[in-house]
Design a protein around this ligand. Structure first.
Ligand SMILES: [Zn+2]
Length: 210
């Protein structure tokens, strides 16, 4: 069994969405100062690094993250590589030959290159999914969509893609590092922190080769 960790490391150099608070890790108890143990306080947005969007992120009456179904967050998944586009459209997905009845699709794009370079600056030029791509995935019965940058939607047009997916009950996983992953079938595990009434949560995510 081969385990691939596709989680970004939470650190102060991790890029965050413009306007979100930067990652702040602060040790409030220090052994080198005579305390019995080290304790770190973390101040981050719930959309930091590898994370899940709950419907409540874009829908005022949507479900919050602690209620999301673990059955959807784990199971068979397909990683599809679409490398030469700036926006992933329905036509791109249709042409990509995703196996029928796939419930979880993870998109590997040129975004994954960013994670190999350790850029701390947010890149507004990332690849996202168009609204028609979101509609197409919903119509295909997809229940989980994963992407390799910090938003499923293009930077200039965030609302439609998020709303279409979240209204349909599709779970969105953002900030996956797929740089070392080849196209194909895997088992996916994504475990968002159980945070009450939250619009999202950081998650540990991994793929297991099948
Ligand atoms: Zn998010």
């Amino acid at each position: 069994m081969r385990i691939y960790d596709v989680t970004l490391t939470i650190s102060p150099t991790l890029p965050v969405w413009p306007g979100d608070p930067p990652v702040d890790l602060h040790r409030v108890s220090k052994m080198e100062e005579g305390e019995v143990c080290n304790v770190t306080r973390m101040n981050i947005s719930v959309h930091t690094g590898t994370h899940v969007d709950a419907p409540y992120h874009f829908l005022a009456k949507g479900k919050t993250v602690e209620t999301l179904d673990l059955k959807t967050l784990t199971g068979r998944a397909y990683v599809v590589e679409i490398s030469n586009v700036d926006v992933v459209t329905a036509a791109d997905i249709e042409a990509a030959d995703i196996p029928p009845r796939t419930k979880r699709v993870l998109f590997k794009t040129r975004n994954s290159n960013h994670w190999t370079k350790n850029h701390s600056q947010f890149n507004t030029n990332f690849v996202g999914l168009s609204a028609d791509a979101a509609k197409y995935l919903v119509e295909r019965g997809v229940k989980l969509v994963g992407v390799d940058y910090l938003s499923v939607a293009p930077y200039e047009d965030t609302i439609p893609t998020h709303q279409i997916l979240l209204k349909a009950g599709v779970i969105i996983v953002e900030g996956l590092d797929l740089s070392k992953i080849s196209q194909g079938r895997y088992t996916f595990y994504c475990l968002p922190l159980k945070i009450a009434k939250a619009d999202g949560a950081p998650a540990r995510a991994m793929l297991i080769g099948v």
